[in-house]
Design a binder for this molecule. Structure first.
Ligand SMILES: Cc1cc2nc3c(=O)[nH]c(=O)nc-3n(C[C@H](O)[C@H](O)[C@H](O)COP(=O)(O)OP(=O)(O)OC[C@H]3O[C@@H](n4cnc5c(N)ncnc54)[C@H](O)[C@@H]3O)c2cc1C
Length: 205
């Protein structure tokens, strides 16, 4: 890898792809590894909130995902057992804080596809789909990783920096002995209604 700055990104979820796009736009050389398939068809996370929409807009992503999603100015929470409305959040109250006072219901696989397509426009971003990082080590001025590529071979890569965007069961955290700090929040369970024909997003607690 050559160039003024180089970064390895481990993980091709929304965080890893967005990081790669931001770095690529800044002229940084990026090598991204995703062990699965970036173009998977699982919807996963579906609600994109205002602050994230603002950030995605700065990157030119918002205009591409808006037609793929549903703009929901309000969100409602219902008690599943009684059918009682618990709370309604009207994002209009955020109008002074954000250019997007709504949530966009847009499934994660659609966002990932757009981000992936946009990274392709930057020759400085190299994406290895189906490549698992199996080992990481660092010295004072560089990070080395070994990756098992989609053809089954293992290869060594190095860069000045490494971003661990490899999710909840992070290889990067494990390799560097970084603990996973869990919050003390109580766990709540909610079921999201699929946004097929609705214009407001509703959740049942
Ligand atoms: C099956 C599933 C269903 C989900 N459903 C919902 C939902 O309904 N609603 C909701 O709000 N959220 C859901 N989530 C959670 C949501 O997807 C995450 O909060 C969100 O994706 C986090 O983004 P991220 O980029 O940080 O991590 P992720 O999207 O998890 O991305 C991390 C990526 O790193 C890759 N990776 C991991 N280890 C390595 C390695 N060693 N080498 C290379 N790549 C590696 C993983 O394959 C993964 O693609 C779901 C997650 C999963 C897995």
């Amino acid at each position: 890898m050559s160039g003024t700055r180089s970064v390895i990104v481990v993980g091709g979820g929304p965080v890893g792809l967005t990081t790669a796009l931001m770095l690529g736009r800044a002229g940084t050389r990026v090598t991204l590894f995703e062990q699965g398939d970036i173009l998977h068809q699982e919807p996963r996370a579906t609600t994109i909130h205002a602050a994230t929409l603002d950030q995605l807009d700065e990157l030119g992503v918002y205009s591409r995902i808006e037609p793929l999603g549903i703009i929901c100015p309000t969100m409602r929470y219902w008690d599943r057992a009684t059918g009682e409305l618990i709370a309604e959040f009207d994002h209009a109250v955020l109008a002074a804080e954000t250019s997007h006072p709504w949530v966009l219901q847009c499934e994660q696989n659609k966002l990932s596809r757009v981000l992936f397509e946009m990274t392709a426009a930057f020759p400085s971003i190299e994406v290895h789909n189906g490549a698992k990082v199996v080992a990481c080590a660092q010295t004072a001025d560089r990070v080395d990783v070994r990756a098992r590529l989609s053809n089954g071979t293992e290869q060594a890569y190095s860069a000045e920096y490494l971003v661990g965007a490899d999710g909840a069961r992070s290889t990067v955290r494990e390799q560097f002995g970084i603990p996973f700090r869990r919050s003390g929040w109580a766990a709540y369970c909610s079921q999201a209604m699929p946004p097929t024909s609705i214009t407001r997003w509703e959740q049942w607690a």
